[in-house]
Structures are given as structure tokens and as C-alpha cells.
Design a protein around this ligand. Structure first.
Ligand code: PGA
Length: 257
């Protein structure tokens, strides 16, 4: 409906992949391929150990760098954790929060996703907040209930002004890393539902302003159809973001989408 008012964002989520030399090589390959891209925000969310390398490799380019998580406290006795301030100080712009792998393997909950989102916003980072239903939940026909609950809790007590700085990634858990993509219709249906929830919790204006991505086995072959949908404003890409030509094809699809 109002796709022209929102920025398309294509973000790569590298997960636990790439050493520093490999990260540099991937970004060096990507840079010339996407140098002429306009109208799409390109983001690479990389492991903590690659942040400095990635920031140096992309300096002065149209590729922004993100982290894959941050802790909700400012500092302190949290061995192994990284704060939002530490990321912001480096020049990191985005941070993925509440990814289903974090929820599933590291016991993250909507409560801690909410706290992390607040911490990221306070540090000036742009959170990419992930929501999505399990296969079992879809089969039980409670996808909308699950998503509504996640949106309500993950953004609890976050102002309209701050929500506008967030990106929401709809990632059906059954589609992540499985090669099983949601159909474009399923993606559109849930992304539109998320937008309707934002309108209910905030306002029509906020709902229209927030970029909502689809994620889950998005690739060079299916990106065009997915991003052509009114409420799908881009993608959060795992596997396919590790191959520069494939990631470029997805970015170019969003440019035309
Ligand atoms: P995938 O991962 O593209 O490899 O399915 C998506 C994600 O986890 O963000």
C-alpha cells in the first residue's frame, strides 16, 4: 500500500560463520557488486569477532554493519556477554535481537528481548527484532496469537518514537535454515498482521513507518516474489548472505520490489 514510504532493508545474518580473513574476503567480493545500489539499505550482521574487520572493510561504502545480539545491562559481571554501548562505540549500527536460535538454544525470552531492545535503543543502535511461530503453532492455527504476543511483549513500554527506529523480522521458525520458505502469501499475511498490531498498539502512522522483513530460507530464487509483497519491506538472510552473488541478487530484487 505505502511501500514507497518505507526503506527496504536487506540484512545478512552470518550466524556463527567466517573467520576474519574470510569475512574480509566476502565483504570485498560484495562491495563492487552492490556499489551502485540505491534505495535499499544493505546490512551485514556478523559475529562479534568480525565486527572490527567488517567495519574497516566497508568504511565509506553503502554496506552497514550489525551485530547478532547484545546484552541488556550496560556493563558488569556478565562473563562472555557484549553490551550495546560496546557495539555503538565501535560504529556498529544494527543489532539482531530475539533470533529464534537465541530463543531456542540460549533460553532468551520475550522479557529479555524487550530488555535488549531497550538497551540497544538507548545506545543508539537500530534493533532488528525477530518474531515467528513454530511449526507446531502454525499447525494449531495460533500463528496470529503467537505473533501478537511477541510484538506486545518485545516492544513493551517502548515509545512510538523508538519503535520507528526498529526493524521487525518475521521469521517463521520452521523456515529458518530448512530450505522451506513461507509462500509469498504467507509472508505477506503475517507481515500485514504485524503492521496491524503496530497500528493497534501505537498508531497508523507508526505502523506505516516500520520496516518489516521476511526471513527464513530467502534466496536468490525466491526473493523477488517475497519482496514484491506490499508489507514485506526486505529480508533477513542467513545462508544466502554468505555467498556474495546470491546476496547481491536478493538486494537487487529489493531494489525493484
Ligand atoms: P536462513 O536464515 O536464511 O538460513 O534460513 C535466516 C535467519 O536465520 O535469519
Amino acid at each position: 500500500m505505502k511501500k514507497n514510504v518505507r526503506k527496504a532493508i536487506i540484512a545478512g545474518n552470518w550466524k556463527m560463520n567466517k573467520t576474519r580473513p574470510e569475512a574480509k574476503a566476502l565483504l570485498e567480493e560484495l562491495k563492487p557488486l552492490v556499489a551502485d545500489v540505491k534505495g535499499v539499505e544493505i546490512v551485514a550482521c556478523v559475529p562479534f569477532t568480525n565486527l572490527e574487520t567488517a567495519l574497516a572493510a566497508t568504511e565509506g561504502t553503502n554496506i552497514k554493519i550489525g551485530a547478532e545480539n547484545c546484552h541488556f545491562e550496560k556493563s558488569g559481571a556478565f562473563t562472555g556477554e557484549i553490551s550495546a554501548d560496546m557495539l555503538a562505540e565501535m560504529g556498529v549500527e544494527y543489532v539482531v535481537l530475539g533470533h529464534s536460535e537465541r530463543r531456542q538454544y540460549f533460553n532468551e525470552t520475550d522479557e529479555t528481548v524487550n530488555k535488549r531492545t531497550k538497551a540497544a535503543l538507548a545506545a543508539g543502535l537500530k534493533p532488528i527484532v525477530c518474531v515467528g511461530e513454530l511449526l507446531w503453532e502454525r499447525e494449531c492455527n495460533i500463528t496470529e496469537e503467537v505473533i501478537a504476543r511477541q510484538i506486545k511483549l518485545d516492544f513493551f513500554a517502548i515509545s512510538a518514537e523508538d519503535v520507528k527506529k526498529c526493524v521487525i523480522a518475521y521469521e517463521p521458525v520452521w523456515a529458518i535454515g530448512t530450505g522451506k520458505t513461507a509462500t509469498a502469501e504467507q509472508a505477506e499475511e503475517v507481515c500485514a498482521f504485524i503492521r496491524a498490531q503496530l497500528a493497534k498498539l501505537y498508531s497508523e502512522d507508526v505502523a506505516e513507518a516500520v520496516t518489516i522483513q521476511y526471513g527464513g530460507s530467502m534466496n536468490a530464487g525466491n526473493a523477488e516474489e517475497l519482496v514484491s509483497k506490499t508489507n514485506v519491506d526486505g529480508g533477513l538472510i542467513g545462508g544466502a548472505s554468505l555467498k556474495a552473488p546470491d546476496f547481491t541478487t536478493i538486494i537487487k530484487a529489493a531494489e525493484n520490489g
